[in-house]
Design a protein around this ligand. Structure first.
Ligand SMILES: [Zn+2]
Length: 469
């Protein structure tokens, strides 16, 4: 499998650290509000990746964190605590907010047919591991304490910022390191790129979530949780780290700084980033006005899988522009595709003996599309080509579609799977025989009998076709 690695800025062949398995870490939701559909696009990309890896024969150990503490409204330690903000908005405790929106996140995951990760560790359950990692950094000389907070000193790391590199500086997609420097206002930061590992009461005295630490009672910075939890569940080194491209310049850059500061060598080699979902060029962020959730889509009559189909049409590394027209087109396309597959299924159920299972080229082309940096638009195009290919038998089409759907996850044969019992099959054969002899009376009687058993009877190209009512 060849994947575009943000760290090296090129497509590289994936070489697992352990044969046959992939350790995959994906930054998860901050559970202070519903996920907006831009977040969901990233989670869908990660689901396509995980399914494609499994399709290629890997066992995938996927870990996604649940951020329920420490994430401020700015990724660079500024502004209000997101959990506290959610609690204030809804007049609830931060713990209630965390529970409510963690549940909402899983409801979205299930509705979108995203396979559940192997593990979803919560930040608040791993304070001990975070403190241990900060102590390790302290021992290695990467930290200092100022104004009661523990900071990571980025000047101590030679290649700090290597993930963001020159490519992102000045682009509109990501906050460049220079931008971070410009907006930074914390006087305790010896260098504007330094970041907080542990906050104490000195900064957020009214914080509800607090723990004892060697540096005083307080709570962790946002970045440390991902380093601590990924290493706990996937080992010191693992294969792939994913997230949205908005994480490149601050969050992932700081995760790398912490982890490599502790380990003393390269941490994770392959970094994949999903691009933004935009609306008419305005970035969709929770802080902006365009707060679209899956529920808003459902309220407008769309199914979650319509949105899954919509996202499949663009490569993960490309920006995708959301519009209601676009989502409507995706809905129509998905319905048409399912109708075609239902016809194929009816065909196989009625004439299975007349079709032969053969090998076709589609599955290998499909696998090649996945291996080419997860080219889902190409993979989706192949399904369409297959269902319309007159040279492939229905039986073969159906089994190929079912294989492909293991990655697409569109439930393409859902509600269309049925078996025609042997007794009905016999009646169908008898009816076909009666019609061949032009015995219309017997043919009609057999039709009535099949219908009475709960089946729709159709005559297609001179053959009897049945399906459940
Ligand atoms: Zn993270």
């Amino acid at each position: 499998m060849n994947l575009y690695n943000t760290l090296t800025r090129q497509k590289e062949e994936l070489k697992p650290l352990k044969r046959g398995t992939i350790g995959l870490y994906c930054c998860g939701p901050t559970v202070y509000n519903y996920a907006h559909i831009g977040n969901l696009r990233t989670f869908l990309f990660e689901d396509f990746l995980r399914r494609a890896l499994e399709f290629s024969g890997y066992k995938v150990n996927q870990v996604m964190n649940i951020t329920d503490v420490g994430h401020l409204t700015s990724d660079a330690d500024e502004g209000e605590d997101k959990m506290a903000k959610g609690a204030k908005r809804e007049h609830k405790t931060v713990w209630e907010i965390a529970k409510e929106y963690t549940d909402a996140f899983f409801a979205d995951v299930d509705a979108l047919n995203i396979r559940r990760a192997t593990r979803y560790p919560r930040a608040t359950d791993h304070i001990r591991e975070m403190i241990a990692l900060i102590r390790r950094l302290e021992k290695n000389g990467f930290t200092y304490v100022a104004g009661g907070n523990v900071y990571f000193d980025t000047s101590k790391l030679n290649d700090y910022g290597k993930l963001a590199g020159a490519a992102f500086v000045g682009t509109r997609h990501a906050l460049s390191l220079q931008d971070v420097a410009r907006v930074e206002t914390d006087p305790n930061k010896k260098h504007p790129r330094n970041f907080v590992l542990w906050f104490t009461e000195s900064k957020h005295g009214n914080q509800d979530m607090q723990w004892e630490s060697p540096w005083g009672r307080g709570f962790p910075g946002w970045h440390i949780e991902c380093s601590a939890m990924s290493m706990k569940y996937l080992g010191d080194h693992f294969d792939i780290h994913c997230g949205g491209i908005d994480h490149i310049s601050v969050h992932h850059t700081n995760e790398i700084a912490q982890s490599e500061g502790a380990l003393g060598k390269e941490w994770v080699h392959t970094w994949l980033h999903g691009n933004f979902l935009t609306i008419k060029d305005a970035r969709m962020a929770k802080s902006g006005g365009n707060f679209l959730t899956l529920q808003v889509l459902k309220d407008k009559g769309f199914d979650a899988l319509d949105y899954r189909y919509f996202c499949l049409q663009a490569h993960y590394s490309q920006e995708l522009t959301f519009s209601w027209e676009g989502l409507d087109a995706a809905k129509t396309a998905l319905r048409r595709l399912k109708e075609k597959i239902k016809k194929i299924l009816v065909e196989t159920q009625n004439f299975a003996s007349k079709t032969q299972k053969t090998k076709n080229k589609y599955l290998s082309s499909f696998t090649a599309a996945l291996a080419d940096d997860l080219n889902m638009p190409q993979a989706l195009a192949l399904v369409w080509e297959l269902v319309d290919d007159g040279t492939i038998s229905a039986m073969d089409k159906l089994s190929t579609v079912q294989e492909m759907d293991k990655v697409l996850g569109l439930k393409l044969d859902e509600k269309t799977t049925f078996d025609i019992p042997e007794g009905i099959r016999k009646l169908v054969d008898q009816r076909n025989a009666a019609r061949a002899k032009k015995d219309w009376k017997a043919s009609d009687a057999l039709r009535d009998q099949i219908q009475a058993a709960g089946y729709v009877v159709k005559d297609e190209s001179g053959r009897t076709v049945v399906e459940p009512k």
